[in-house]
Design a protein around this ligand. Structure first.
Ligand code: SF4
Ligand code: ZN
Ligand code: ZN
Length: 305
């Protein structure tokens, strides 16, 4: 196989684009896809204060690298979730995130959930008897927004990729969760109730491509799977979508972008009409009930722990 741009030997094939690329033209392709997504959805500008949620995995590190190459100045934030003990998953992901930032002289904030809020994710999952990913997702969303808001960032950048977003949309459609479908957008605007603008520039990039990008660029990322992923239904939906994609390349992108381009506005408007937001009685962040879900979790952990 030869690169479709320069005819040199190819490093990667992207079937949904009917394209093969050498290393350098694959990097170009990735940058162009991200640039186009930022431009099409008017996500952010280079003069804004940008904060990226960094997990130490392939998606967030590839995105940090690409955005830096595109001329954006982006700070990172890593949340220490306390998963896997002293030398376990969280500590190795953290080291990789810190190493990446150090090598490139980028600023990384580290927030330790246990130090700041008094609990780890395994403790919260045990106490609430909920699937770990559910308390983890809730905590990460809250803490990322809190940090971005309190430290004066204008845009919170997330590394969700095409596979993540297609699987989330499929999961929410299977259960017709209108609230979550209404919130699934490339850009969630800032609100006067303390929610920072949130954007997803990797929407057009598949998981396999961020992995290939990191390998070809020599970026060390966390390759181990989180040990608490067991109850995560998103993983099974991803496997299912991958089987479909193998038979019909481009199906995932068609599913996600069909929704984003044709239906997401109606869902978002309908959802907005139904939502009555107020300020959390404890932390002041927007919520649909008196006290937000994260503050309720924190109270429960301090009562039970
Ligand atoms: Fe959190 Fe679940 Fe991801 Fe582990 S797999 S980091 S518990 S969301
Ligand atoms: Zn080439
Ligand atoms: Zn709260």
């Amino acid at each position: 196989m030869k690169c479709r741009v320069c005819r040199e030997p190819a490093s990667i094939e992207i079937r949904r684009h009917h394209a093969v690329f050498c290393k350098e033209h694959f990097f170009d392709h990735m940058r162009r896809q991200v640039e186009r997504t930022i431009h099409d959805y008017r996500m952010m500008g280079p003069d804004q204060r940008l904060l990226l949620g960094v997990s130490g995995g392939k998606d967030s590190l590839a995105l940090w690298d690409i955005l830096t190459d595109l001329g954006y100045t982006v700070d990172g934030v890593y949340i220490e979730l306390g998963i896997g003990g002293e030398r376990g998953y969280s500590s190795s992901s953290r080291q990789l995130a810190e190493q990446f930032a150090k090598n490139r002289q980028l600023d990384l904030h580290v927030v330790d959930l246990a130090d700041e809020y008094g609990f780890t994710i395994p403790e919260a999952a045990k106490e609430t008897r909920r699937v770990a990913c559910s308390v983890c997702g809730l905590s990460k969303r809250y803490v990322l927004n809190r940090i971005a808001h309190d430290r004066g960032y204008e845009v919170l950048v997330m590394g969700h990729n095409l596979d993540d977003e297609a699987a989330t949309l499929m999961g929410n459609t299977l259960t017709w969760n209108m609230e979550y479908i209404g919130r699934q957008r490339p850009v969630l605007p800032a609100t006067d109730r303390g929610l920072v603008r949130k954007v997803k520039p990797l929407l057009r990039i598949a998981e396999r491509e961020t992995a290939a990008y990191c390998v070809l660029k020599g970026i060390d990322y966390e390759v181990d799977e989180c040990p608490l992923v067991g109850g995560n239904t998103g993983i099974r939906i991803k496997e299912w979508l991958n089987q479909m994609e193998a038979k019909r390349p481009g199906m995932k992108q068609q599913f996600l972008f069909g929704f984003l381009d044709r239906a997401s506005d109606q869902f978002a408007d309908a959802h907005q009409d139904e939502l009555e937001l107020s300020d959390c009685t404890s932390c002041g962040q927007a919520t649909t009930s008196g006290q937000c879900a994260f503050c309720r979790l924190q109270v429960r952990m301090s009562d039970g722990g």
